[in-house]
Design a protein around this ligand. Structure first.
Ligand code: GSH
Length: 246
């Protein structure tokens, strides 16, 4: 799966991503950067102090700083950056059917798919602990925070996720996850990617938000119990290695 290389003059000089390693929105932005081979530095934000983003009025992650300009909100970041680096991408007013399909499914990711994730990864005490073990092992925490956040966070998110289930009218969270995976495979309608032979921004968005859960119990269950696995594997190949600067 060869990617289309960007014309070098369109590749931004300096890109810095302020993120939480396990955050789905941050992984959506990272997937976009990785797919287009845009080199970026990562600043892992401490979720308790957030001292790394004290300079910003925006209090969430991801924040992407592109050649000194602050971009916020994952989908807006991808729109803005895409507008700069993807030549010939149309604006909202002259969308054709393919663009509308891409737009519809990017909206589905932000308004539906992401809401199913928390109830799944914090579904019971053992899955909540597994998730927080992943979060604290990969995040920016002091030694003491790692231990306290793992258990306190798991307990707190277990209860929060029950509230989220109510808020988004989810009865069986696993069934909802499997249904979303099947809905996505149906949308592909036999194509390799929603974008055809290459991923479009909707493919990148779905893959991006699923990336942090893929190897947790919920992600493993999803791949085992639905048809999404083949597409996911194709996406791993298409997105390739991270373009992150170490
Ligand atoms: N709509 C935003 C996006 O797509 O970027 C959502 C971003 C978001 O909710 N980020 C979470 C956050 O920073 C982390 S997953 N929450 C605030 C906090 O941690 O205090």
């Amino acid at each position: 799966h060869a990617k289309e290389p960007l014309p070098p003059e369109l590749v931004p000089k300096e890109v810095v991503l302020y993120q939480y390693e396990a955050c789905p929105f941050c992984n959506k932005v990272k997937t976009f950067l990785d797919y287009y081979d845009i080199p970026y530095k990562v600043v892992e934000v401490n979720p308790l102090s957030k001292k790394e983003i004290k300079w910003s009025d925006y209090k969430k992650v991801p924040i992407l700083v592109v050649d000194g300009e602050q971009l916020v909100d994952s989908s807006a970041i991808i729109d803005k950056l895409g507008g700069k680096i993807l030549p010939g991408r149309k604006t909202d007013s002259d969308l054709d059917d393919d663009d509308n399909e891409e737009k519809k499914w990017r909206g589905w990711v932000d308004n539906h798919l992401v809401h199913i994730l928390s109830p799944n990864i914090y579904r019971n005490t053992s899955e909540a602990l597994e998730s927080f073990d992943y979060i604290t092992s990969n995040g920016n925490f002091s030694f003491t925070e790692k231990i306290t956040v793992k258990y306190a966070g798991a307990a707190a998110m277990y209860f929060v996720s029950k509230k989220l289930k109510k808020k988004y009218n989810i009865t069986d969270e696993r069934a909802a996850l499997y249904e979303a995976a099947e809905t996505w495979v149906d949308a592909l309608n036999g194509r390799e990617f929603l974008g055809g032979s290459k991923p479009n921004l909707a493919d990148l968005a779905v893959y991006g938000v699923l990336r942090p859960i893929r190897y947790l119990r919920s992600g493993n269950d999803m791949v085992k119990h639905t048809r999404i696995g083949d597409w996911y594997t194709r996406m791993e190949g298409a997105v390739g290695e991270p373009s992150r600067i170490k």
